[in-house]
Write a protein that binds this ligand. Structure first.
Ligand code: ZN
Length: 269
């Protein structure tokens, strides 16, 4: 048996999401308006005031050149005001705000950074998914370890989605290169299905080769971490969204249990 750190988004056994995102946006860069010297604009697109809706005023923190500025600072104090002119909302109920210095701030290109919480549809941390494919913290403060079937699911998804293996660079899954391609012209759902099946077959071959070596050295591989068969692989275009392909796959372990692997990928149409 061996372990890995858990980076799964969905628990393969319960099919429940794990690792909810807090939608914190960290150190977004802002510039001050050069007419009023008070209103902040998002540095990457100065037509915007804040990039995303602010979810909770208490969580907004601002730094100028690395030094945190409190809202009641006598020189650089700031307020959060309603921004009624914003029109590019994700949902019509979204409310936008702008951050405004209480007094004119005439610094030459100051580095202004803002951290805040936003809502799921605007979150750059989780890309709007609501969950993170990052290390999952455990209660004790370390990272959650993953073993057996869940580890096999994670390994299979890595093999398919990351398209590369440092130890076996010739076994490459082309799936990552399909993202954004035109479905029906450059790519079909069958191509996706074929590449996922090929990647899983390669993983199975590598595991079987590893098992012979590991037995020789006395460390048997856990049958729950070994892939026995591919039960099925399907790739279907979402009937409600022609740019989304839902891929479902189920593999079996040497203990006879089933491990579901599923994910969604975005293409153009
Ligand atoms: Zn998020």
């Amino acid at each position: 048996m061996s372990f890995d750190y858990n980076v799964l988004v969905i628990d393969p056994n319960t099919q429940q999401p794990i690792g909810a995102c807090d939608h914190e946006q960290s150190f977004e860069r802002y510039v001050v308006d050069f007419n009023d010297f008070r209103t902040l604009h998002y540095a990457q697109n100065t037509a915007l005031n804040t990039r995303a809706p602010i979810n909770g005023f208490d969580m907004v923190r601002i730094w100028i050149r690395g030094e945190e500025i409190q809202p009641d600072d006598p020189t650089y104090g700031w307020s959060i005001l309603l921004d009624p002119n914003r029109i590019d909302a994700y949902q019509t109920t979204d409310v936008f705000y702008k951050i405004v210095f209480n007094k004119a701030v005439r610094l030459v290109i100051p580095l202004i950074e803002v951290s805040y919480l936003t809502t799921q549809g605007y979150c750059l941390k989780c890309s709007g998914l609501g969950v993170l494919n990052d290390f999952k913290p455990e209660v004790g403060g370390g990272f959650l370890r993953i073993t057996q079937q869940a580890k096999l699911a994670q390994k299979g998804l890595k093999w398919i989605l990351t398209s590369r293996c440092a130890f076996y660079p010739s076994f490459v899954c082309p799936l990552k290169s399909y993202v954004g391609k035109k479905l029906g012209i450059q790519l079909t759902d069958t191509d996706i299905q074929t590449s996922v099946t090929a990647a899983l077959n390669q993983m199975q071959n590598v595991q079987q080769a590893q098992a012979t070596v590991q037995t020789t050295f006395g460390g048997n591989m856990d049958p729950l971490e070994m892939m026995k068969d591919i039960q099925f692989v399907t790739a279907e275009i979402d009937p409600n969204n022609p740019t989304s392909v839902q891929v479902q796959a189920v593999i079996s372990t040497f203990n006879g249990t089933s491990v579901p692997l599923s994910f969604q990928m975005m293409v153009n149409n």
